[in-house]
Design a protein around this ligand. Structure first.
Ligand code: U5P
Length: 209
């Protein structure tokens, strides 16, 4: 699992505990997902390349650093991925945001893409695909295939919680994609939920059932 990174920063782990708790209501759940997403974005952007420029401070001219290289695009998987967008945008406000909508066909259990809208220059961007949960991996796998089909070459995947089954699928199909997680849980149950997990991320974010 060389390209899987579990971001076990104490603040991330602490907040994840309250995200998991069934006693956490919608308002607090949303706020915590937002905060953890920002903390994960801080870690995931550690390797962004820098370049030196000359800056005039009030005191003197100095060589200082700014970000260089690829521009960033966020791609939330609808709908639960939406809950992570604002937290990441607080750290990377210039990022563009594409959307991919997928649902699972109840007959075939295969993900079906019902919506896709992406920045026009995805081939030039570092894309971060976001979904709070990487369960069977079907959704993330399909979303990544869609992006590659449209020219993306530089993709990372960021999830709050994953099951080994989902990690294995994405690694098998997309060994070039680095996976960033808040936690790697035990397994899936018979309904495809991550255990212990946090339940249905979309329902908990939006207060639906
Ligand atoms: N999902 C949850 N909670 C789980 C498992 C999956 O909310 O315990 C959601 C994911 O956010 C994803 C969808 O969007 O169900 C299907 O996940 P997957 O099986 O395609 O990985």
């Amino acid at each position: 699992m060389s390209n899987v990174f579990v971001l076990d920063h104490p603040l991330i782990q602490h907040k994840l505990t309250y995200i998991r708790s069934k006693h956490t209501g919608t308002k607090e759940f949303r706020a915590l997902v937002d905060e953890v997403s920002a903390l994960m974005a801080f870690e995931i952007t550690r390797d962004l390349p820098l370049t030196e420029i000359t800056t005039e401070t009030p005191v003197m001219e100095a060589q200082t650093k700014v970000l260089s290289g690829k521009k960033i695009g966020l791609v939330p998987i609808l709908r639960a991925g939406l809950g992570m967008v604002d937290g990441i945008l607080r750290l990377i406000p210039a990022a563009k945001v594409g959307h991919v909508g997928l649902y699972r066909d109840p007959e075939t259990l295969q993900p079906v893409e019902y919506y896709i809208k992406l920045p026009s220059d995805i081939d030039e961007r570092e894309l971060i695909v976001i979904d709070p949960m990487l369960a069977t991996g079907g959704s993330a796998n399909d979303a990544i295939h869609s992006l590659k089909k449209r020219g993306a070459t530089n993709i990372k995947l960021m999830c709050l919680i994953a099951a080994p089954e989902g990690v294995d699928l994405v690694q098998e199909e997309h060994p070039d994609v680095d996976i960033y997680l808040g936690a790697l849980d035990k397994q899936l149950n018979e309904k495809g939920y991550i255990i212990p997990g946090l339940g249905d991320a979309g329902d908990r974010l939006f207060g639906t059932k």
